[in-house]
Design a protein around this ligand. Structure first.
Ligand code: SAH
Length: 504
């Protein structure tokens, strides 16, 4: 856990947006990355939570004991107590913190306690959920205003909504917190003389892969919502705009409606998630392993001292390149010390990382795996030449065995360890056990092992695993998952594999 700053802390009331991880503000994301404590509840999509840093403390105040949520007064007290300990406390709330989020109560309490706070607005579900389902809350020809109304009272009873005023006002009506009150809302509006054919829609789990729109009129929407077994969270939309269906866009993208769990370590995951999201997928980032560089590394120090004895430097992962590079920098070793070396890489991702560093690889196998890399090296490396192979401590034995057999001297130097990672807010057993997620994506055998470790109770037969290569696939199959393998071992091919599966 992080060392907190001295003195009183600050509480940030941050809007997380409606669920889609990319609908949080830049400021909200930065605060999550920097937070000492993150206080959240069940409305906040776990995809957004994964921006939180590893050292932060996560407090779930949405957990229900029996049927009772943690009372608001207790949440207030938790915020104040954490602030007293110092540091940055992020209170994450679905949508916008001040739109029916009880953010105002928390801010008032903090103010009364003399605790500093800031409010970071978020994208409210009231407008974004309709937008993701192709419904504009205002429209030149249909609605010149919109009204956001709660269908739920503070003490749980039905609120006194002035239906007359709402009907007279025209415009689009957006009811929040109304899953169980669709019938009352529709009746209220009908009684206030709203024409029964007025379009209405219930929008469920908006901005997620499972979002749904149930369309009808105020006369039949309650029956339809019941038939369709609408679940929370959902909003009720009423007015001409609710009937709009010329603007649907979400489902037009190739991976729309599918949820992927990306398991690779935090340092590497960005590109894969971005590519999947670009194709319309919902992505839950749940790193199952963590990379821990070996800080004091005498074996590497020795190899670097004698670097002139080596002819080849071989990297088997982008992470390896990054950690090696960081090590040189930390020990003030100039890149020119490497200028006599030839470079070999396992595949495209590692090659890119080398180029970023300013080196062009001299060798990359046709097939991106250890065996092909070793075989190619065996052909190209001379008998008197020495290889420096800095990589994961648990690296593949196959690589060194083939080189040994070929009589090539290899210094296999551990650069980093991989440890299991657990993220308290990601429940893999639930994601796959209940079919919330469709695919788990694995970029190494160790990410599969980390997944199995994080979800010991899961029936792995329920997991469809998209694997980067053979070794990874073998591990997933061993665990009992349904496996598919990318044509090439790179993230682009993994995304292509997902697209091909969805086309079928
Ligand atoms: N502060 C939040 C609203 C909190 S009240 C905001 O600005 O969005 C909670 C209600 O918001 C839910 O009962 C539901 O009506 C609505 N809601 C929140 N997220 C939603 C989602 N992803 N899809 C549909 N409705 C959602």
């Amino acid at each position: 856990m992080k060392q907190r700053r001295q003195g009183k802390g600050v509480v940030y009331l941050v809007g997380a947006g409606p669920s889609d991880a990319e609908l949080i503000t830049v400021k909200g994301k930065r605060l999550l990355e920097e937070a000492d404590v993150i206080v959240y509840d069940r409305l906040v999509g776990s995809s957004v939570l994964s921006y939180g840093n590893n050292e932060a403390e996560y407090i779930d105040v949405g957990k229900r004991s029996g049927f009772h949520p943690i009372p608001q007064e207790e949440i207030n007290k938790i915020l104040a107590a954490e602030a007293e300990k110092g540091g940055r406390i992020v209170r994450l709330k679905g949508g916008d913190p001040l739109v029916f989020g009880r953010g105002a109560e928390e801010a008032e309490y903090l103010n009364a306690q003399g605790i500093a706070f800031e409010i970071v607005p978020g994208i409210t579900s009231a407008v974004s959920v309709p937008a993701y389902l192709g419904i504009p809350v205002t429209h030149r020809d249909m609605a010149s205003s919109f009204h956001v109304v709660t269908a739920h009272k503070k003490d749980g009873s039905f609120p006194d909504i002035s239906y007359d005023a709402l009907v007279k006002g025209g415009g689009t009506l957006v009811f929040l917190m109304g899953v169980h009150t669709v019938k009352d809302v529709a009746e209220g509006l009908l009684k206030s003389s709203m024409p029964p054919e007025t379009p209405a829609a219930v929008l469920e789990r908006g901005t997620t892969a499972r979002q749904r729109k149930i369309k009808g009129t105020i006369a039949d929407i309650a029956r339809k919502a019941l038939e369709e077994k609408v679940q929370s969270p959902a909003i009720i939309l009423v007015g001409q705009a609710a009937g709009e269906d010329q603007m649907e866009w979400y489902d037009k993208r190739p991976l729309a409606g599918k949820k992927f769990v990306v398991t690779r370590p935090r340092e590497q995951k960005d590109k894969l998630s971005a590519l999947l999201r670009e194709k319309g997928a919902e992505v839950l980032e749940a790193p199952t392993i963590r990379i821990v560089p070996i800080e004091e590394n005498p074996a590497l120090d020795e190899a670097l001292e004698k670097i002139v004895d080596y002819s080849w430097l071989v990297f088997t992962s982008p992470t390896g390149v990054q950690i090696f590079r960081d090590y040189l920098k930390k020990h003030s070793i100039d890149n020119r010390k490497l200028s006599h070396l030839k470079f070999a890489v396992i595949g495209q991702g590692t090659a890119e990382k080398m180029r970023e560093w300013g080196f062009s690889p001299d060798l990359m196998p046709e097939v991106y795996d250890s065996r092909h890399l070793a075989e190619e090296l065996a052909l190209q490396v001379g008998k008197k030449e020495k290889i420096l192979l800095p990589r994961a401590r648990m690296g593949s034995r196959e690589l060194t065995e083939i080189l040994e057999r070929a009589g090539i001297q290899t210094a296999d130097i551990p650069l980093y360890d991989t440890c299991y990672e657990s993220r308290p807010f990601v429940d893999l057993e639930k994601e796959f056990g209940e079919g919330i997620s469709d695919y788990a994506v694995f970029t190494s055998a160790s990410t599969v092992r980390g997944f199995v470790h994080a979800a010991p109770e899961l029936d792995f037969g329920r997991v469809t695993a998209l694997c980067i290569g053979e070794k990874t696939e073998e591990e997933a199959r061993k665990a009992g998952m349904v496996t598919y393998t990318a044509r090439r071992a790179d993230v682009e091919s993994l995304v292509l594999l997902a697209e091909e599966m969805e086309k079928q």
